[in-house]
Design a protein around this ligand. Structure first.
Ligand code: LLP
Length: 436
């Protein structure tokens, strides 16, 4: 894939690249007001320096382990972000044919790709088999038999892990919790046991792995430890029963700080130690599927105040970003810190920060204390590098926002703002009628 050529803005000096929150006015050495003038708002900006730093910190925490990182593409699937992951030596955790296609396009080698998800279609499985991905994380018996049949048709033998649902509460928002038996993900240990017992009949699927992912935005290691202990015990049982396990995929789910001073993410070294301790007697390959932890803090959503609307009960700060650009507050009542880019001292004021979309849930913050804002004011919605642009939509016929990668004082537009023509490409008035 061709590299995007960065552009420079005048007067830019490198600033602290360690954290996207380092300085509201500048990020990765790029002046944000100048950037907003060039690219327009709303617009996502990602710090390449922060992503590289996170990748390095994770690798350091895993030192000594036979571990590979498969970045969860869904968190931020922009090609430029995937390219950074490829450069870090990471693979990809995909959940669709589209994510497979993107990952390969970005230069992630197929032998570093794992395929998760409860709804893999025959077509998607076939594409992944033909691409030669590393392994499938299988989530139902039906899928296992389909995989066997499709691999047989191609005369190949494929590696697969069973996604175990360990029935552990991830202690996170219900909508991003996946490891309880009531959730659709994975299969219980009893069912997994039966699959292994019957696995000799599989000629084209080598069932030699276990996979677990119990939820996202976890701020405690306890549920992760508990889930891994259950998986580790199950592995011992399987080995004793004559089923060698070559790979354990520990999933993703590490939380980040969305609310400064409140959220306390775990230290990455401690996470590494939990993996080291719980899998101490396992000598095979360990895979990880982090998404949010790698990219969330690297991103900001730049938005301008359209107007200040004084309601009877509340003041509304109406901004030009909407739930179509960042769905998390509407969908999960998620908190994102919001700060003006200009830091001149001003009196504080309470606002509901809302977008222009015709939904009451198009609200980024309720009753939030902010420095008093005027129309035209540039705001940063922080920690939006994960599950921001990748969950965007064109509801209300709003074009998808641009994305910009920042790196040591330069920026590259890595997705331009969608044009209206692009938005309706594929649509047409009903003219050609056919029978089916
Ligand atoms: N592996 C599997 C199988 C997953 O389902 C997920 C996320 C991950 C890895 C990566 O999880 P992470 O490290 O990013 O927590 N839209 C929601 C998050 C949904 C996560 C879905 N699965 C949000 O905005 O919070």
């Amino acid at each position: 894939m061709e590299r995007v050529q960065p552009e420079s803005l005048p007067g830019m000096t490198p600033t602290n690249t360690k954290t996207a929150c380092a300085d509201a006015g500048g990020l990765d050495g790029v002046d944000l007001p100048a950037l907003a003038n060039r690219v327009g708002t709303p617009c996502y900006a990602y710090s390449a320096g922060t992503i590289r730093q996170r990748a390095g910190d994770l690798q350091a925490a895993l030192r000594g382990l036979d571990a590979g990182v498969c970045y969860a593409v869904k968190a931020n699937s922009n090609l430029a972000i995937l390219q950074l992951m490829a450069e870090a030596g990471f693979g990809a955790d995909i959940v669709s044919g589209g994510e497979l296609w993107r990952s390969l396009r970005a230069g992630i080698p197929p032998e570093r790709i794992v395929f998760s998800g409860v709804g893999k279609t025959a077509g998607e499985i076939a594409e992944a088999l033909e691409a030669g991905i590393a392994r499938f994380n299988v989530e139902s018996e039906d899928e296992l038999h389909l995989l066997e049949r499709l691999a047989a048709e191609r005369g190949t033998v494929v590696r697969a892990s069973v996604r175990v649902n360990p029935d552990v509460d991830a202690n996170t928002h219900a909508k991003i919790s996946t490891g309880k038996s009531a959730n659709k993900f994975g299969v219980g240990i009893d069912e997994a046991r039966n699959w292994f017992a019957a696995s000799a009949a599989l000629m084209h699927v080598r069932l030699d792995g276990l996979h677990v992912h119990i939820g996202s935005q976890m701020l405690s290691l306890d549920p992760i430890r508990e889930a891994l202990q259950r998986v580790a015990a199950f592995r011992r049982e399987l080995v004793a029963a004559g089923h060698p396990i070559d790979c354990i995929d520990v999933g993703g789910g590490l939380g980040v700080c969305y609310r400064e001073g409140r959220d306390r993410p775990v230290a990455i070294e401690d996470y590494g130690d939990v993996i080291r301790d719980t899998l101490a007697d396992f000598s095979g390959r360990i895979l990880l599927e982090p998404g949010r932890w790698l990219v969330a803090g690297a991103g900001v959503l730049l938005t301008k105040v359209i107007r200040v609307k004084r309601g009877r009960e509340r003041q509304f700060l109406v901004v030009d970003a909407a739930m179509t650009d960042l769905l998390r507050p509407s969908l999960y009542d998620a908190w994102h810190d919001i700060v003006p880019v200009t830091r001149e001292p001003r009196p504080l004021q309470r606002y509901d920060v809302v977008g222009p979309v015709c939904e009451t849930s198009d609200t980024f913050a309720r009753d939030r204390e902010l420095p008093r804002c005027e129309p035209g004011e540039l705001l940063l919605i922080r920690t939006t590098g994960a599950y921001g642009s990748s969950m965007g939509s064109t509801f209300n016929s709003r074009p998808l926002a641009p994305e910009v990668l920042l790196d040591r004082g330069r920026y590259a537009v890595v997705r331009r703002r969608q044009t209206l023509e692009e938005m309706i490409a594929g649509e047409r008035p009903a003219q050609q009628w056919e029978s089916a």
